[in-house]
Design a protein around this ligand. Structure first.
Ligand code: GLN
Length: 274
């Protein structure tokens, strides 16, 4: 090989390497701009926290192992009309407000009652369900028919709930003797049949659904103890998100979706806060 053709080969190699480098840079660039383009189009994903033992509002579908229920379908319908996406996360009921405040989740959809104390910590949407507390006892219990009959009795409740608050207030008044606190509804209800607790104070539609699902070993007694309304909650000051939720809620209440969900989950017409 003469010197000239050797030089030519080197020049060719240099050109090839340069060309390759340029291609890499160009591809890199175009990939980058594509990514940016996608990101701009990607809808926002909000993390939704829920305590999933609260059927029909939120519970695990045993077939799919996914969290479903009235609240979940409703927040998904709101997300669809408002142009965002949701990711559902299960956690303890007492962990929901701290998770909102700490920013691990963006929205609480968990049959959460709008009350004064919570409204100081988080912001609520307009009410999306009318509910209230009910007293439940074992089916063969003839002794307890109302709150007055709870004198000296043991009451089981779910942690951090309005039911827990009510039971503790009755204890402070010297009526209820002992309050047993549990994390999940299934465990709580089992205490009635075990005889560990004399009564349960829990949201009426949830206790009703538990009975409807075949748990005829318990019954609801007396009148509802109060009336409550559920709202979706966001961290204080998240006004943009709150507005999206409120306007989306209004849309799904007007476009027929809300009525369909009431029917799907067998909730009474008066659950609708019109
Ligand atoms: N509605 C009740 C409350 O807000 C119970 C909610 C629940 O247990 N998921 O305290």
């Amino acid at each position: 090989m003469n010197r000239r053709s050797k030089l030519g080969q080197i020049a060719l190699a240099v050109l090839l390497v340069l060309g390759l480098m340029l291609t890499v840079v160009a591809c890199g660039n175009s990939e980058q701009s594509n990514n940016e383009g996608n990101e701009a189009e990607k809808p926002v994903v909000y993390k939704v926290g829920t305590e999933p033992t609260f059927a029909p509002f939120e519970y695990k579908d045993i077939e799919t192992d996914e969290i479903t229920g009235f609240d979940i379908d409703l927040i998904k319908a709101i997300a669809e009309v408002s142009g965002f996406e949701v990711e559902i996360q299960g956690m303890g009921f007492d962990a929901l407000i701290p998770a909102l405040q700490g920013g691990t989740i963006d929205i609480v959809a968990s049959g959460m009652t709008i009350d004064e104390e919570r409204s100081k910590q988080v912001d609520f949407t307009a009410p999306y369900v009318n509910s209230g507390l009910a007293l439940a006892v074992a089916v063969n219990n003839e002794e307890i028919n109302s709150v007055e009959d709870l004198q000296g009795k043991t009451v089981a409740v779910q942690i951090g709930t309005t039911g827990a608050k009510k039971a503790n207030a009755l204890k402070d008044e010297g009526i209820v003797k002992k309050v047993l606190t549990y994390d999940t509804i299934d465990v709580l209800m089992a205490e009635l049949t075990k005889g560990t607790a004399d009564a349960v104070i829990n949201d009426l539609p949830v206790t009703q659904e538990f009975i409807n699902k075949g748990h005829h070993e318990i019954k609801i007694v007396g009148e509802p103890l109060d009336s409550e309304q559920y709202g979706f909650a966001v961290a204080k000051g998240k006004t943009e998100l709150l507005e999206k939720l409120n306007s989306g809620l209004q849309t799904v209440m007007e476009n027929g979706t809300y009525a369909e969900l009431l029917e799907k989950y067998n909730l009474p017409e008066n659950a609708w806060p019109k």
